[in-house]
Design a protein around this ligand. Structure first.
Ligand SMILES: Cc1cc2nc3c(=O)[nH]c(=O)nc-3n(C[C@H](O)[C@H](O)[C@H](O)COP(=O)(O)OP(=O)(O)OC[C@H]3O[C@@H](n4cnc5c(N)ncnc54)[C@H](O)[C@@H]3O)c2cc1C
Length: 424
């Protein structure tokens, strides 16, 4: 029997106050959604002199930005050579350069703006549990070394020493990466964006965006309404209904997480240097220590909202498989959120009508990506030159048979879990 469900994230926000206000006339830019994408863009647009209004349906970071694992990993799911094949030499190299620097942008921003965000730049380990998985990290390491990145291969003993976990053949460390308190990051982004002049309102879902002459009219549920020259729809995995085909261009999945009680000193050998880790299983788990010494572990959950604490059971099993010595440690937090995937595992920028812009599809890598995308998005929204963007603007297309695609993904997850369980 599992205890009754109690969903609470381990992350706490800083106490810094944030001034919420609504514009009293037309604005240059309305941003829909107060996650990393919306707030980073709002910050840079306001600094560039645009009048900006952010409108958020829930709380700051109420989407993925406030509940994620806090692993700041540069690069994309696809490795450099795949990006060159996908985009050609020039555009591919531009995207590689941008994606290589996304973690730099996050940690530089924290330092430069004095953000009250617990963080540590200690690297990310991709741990390989089979020879096949090891071959994949060898390729990844080779491709990033060609780019001059600070990455290295690890043997099984290295991974055991750095993680304290059992059962890995080896892995790869990317020293550009690190960890942050994700909720603090989005909260502090809201603070600096509003201090830079952006307006922000919370708990007021936008219900309609429509063309009105040379402006966009944006209506919210409370009856608030305003006109903007440009609109950024920064709703990502939480997109629904505002822009035709946006939600249908994505498959969203649930990522579930657990956090133990703060671990006693006898477990200091678990992630002693604080790295973030993802493992190589098809249904991967990712883990890290929290600033107060918990082990925080996440992975793919059911496609539906959780019904009982049993929905987190596969994560607890993974925790005990990796760290059997933690048998008696209590799980104190369980929570979940939505991740947006695309069919080609790449993020996309769309502009289905002039001045209506959106970026979506982070494949669980959105901290660095969306914080770093804020500046080029703001430059594009201010000036209209697509060369400012690290990705080409792509057509907004629904995935064929979208509704069934989610069922297909659920079936794949069950199959992959079985293969992972068999160690293949
Ligand atoms: C459990 C979990 C773990 C993850 N772990 C990591 C990790 O370790 N590292 C990493 O890099 N990435 C991770 N990710 C992914 C990362 O969190 C996201 O890619 C990133 O936060 C996306 O930011 P965003 O601003 O684009 O979207 P979001 O943060 O989802 O923001 C979208 C916002 O739009 C708002 N919204 C939606 N509709 C409306 C409307 N009609 N009107 C107004 N507002 C609206 C939502 O309320 C929401 O606040 C994880 C995600 C999850 C869910």
């Amino acid at each position: 029997m599992h205890p009754p469900i109690s969903v609470s994230s381990v992350w706490r926000r800083p106490v810094s106050p944030i001034l919420c206000r609504f514009a009293d006339g037309d604005v240059d830019l309305v941003v829909i959604g107060a996650g990393y994408q919306g707030l980073s863009t709002a910050l840079h647009a306001a600094r560039a002199g645009l009048t900006v209004q952010v409108i958020e349906a829930g709380d700051i970071g109420g989407g993925a930005s406030g509940v994620n694992g806090g692993q700041v990993i540069p690069g994309l799911k696809q490795d450099p050579e795949t990006l060159i094949v996908e985009f050609g030499l020039e555009a591919g190299e531009r995207l590689i350069e941008f994606s290589a620097g996304t973690a730099d942008v996050v940690f530089d921003l924290i330092a430069r703006e004095g953000l009250d965000v617990e963080h540590m730049r200690c690297g990310w380990i991709q741990a390989a549990h089979t020879d096949m998985a090891m071959e994949a990290v060898v390729q990844r390491n080779r491709q990033w070394r060609v780019q001059g990145a600070d990455v290295a291969l690890l043997n099984g003993a290295d991974v055991a020493l750095l993680t304290g976990a059992e059962g890995y053949r080896g892995g790869f460390i990317d020293r550009r990466a690190g960890v942050v308190n994700p909720l603090a990051l989005v909260h502090e982004l809201a603070r600096v964006a509003t201090e830079a002049g952006a307006g922000l309102v919370l708990h007021d879902p936008v219900t309609a965006v429509r063309r009105e002459g040379s402006f966009w009219r944006v209506d919210a549920r409370s009856g608030r309404s305003l006109r903007a020259r440009k609109v950024l729809v920064a709703t990502n995995a939480h997109s629904q209904g505002l822009v035709p085909n946006l939600a249908e261009s994505l498959v969203w999945l649930h990522s579930f997480q657990i956090a133990t009680e703060p671990l006693p000193a006898e477990f200091d050998f678990i992630l002693p240097s604080g790295q973030a880790v993802s493992d190589s299983r098809r249904i991967l788990v990712y883990y890290r220590r929290s600033p107060d010494g918990r082990l925080v572990l996440g992975g793919r959950g059911p496609m539906r909202a959780p019904r009982s604490a049993g929905d987190w059971a596969p994560l607890e099993q993974a925790l005990h498989r990796l760290f059997p010595m933690l048998g008696k440690v209590r799980i104190e937090h369980r929570w979940f959120g939505r991740v947006a995937m695309t069919q080609d595992y790449l993020p996309h920028i769309h502009e289905p009508a002039p001045g209506l812009v959106m970026a979506a599809g982070c494949q669980g890598r959105g901290i660095g990506l969306m914080v770093a995308l804020g500046k080029p998005l703001a430059q594009y929204l201010a000036g209209g030159n697509p060369d400012a963007l690290p990705l080409p603007i792509s057509p907004l297309r629904a995935i064929p048979l979208h509704r069934f695609r989610r069922l297909g993904v659920a079936a794949h997850i069950a199959w992959y879990r079985l293969l992972d369980g068999l160690g293949r």
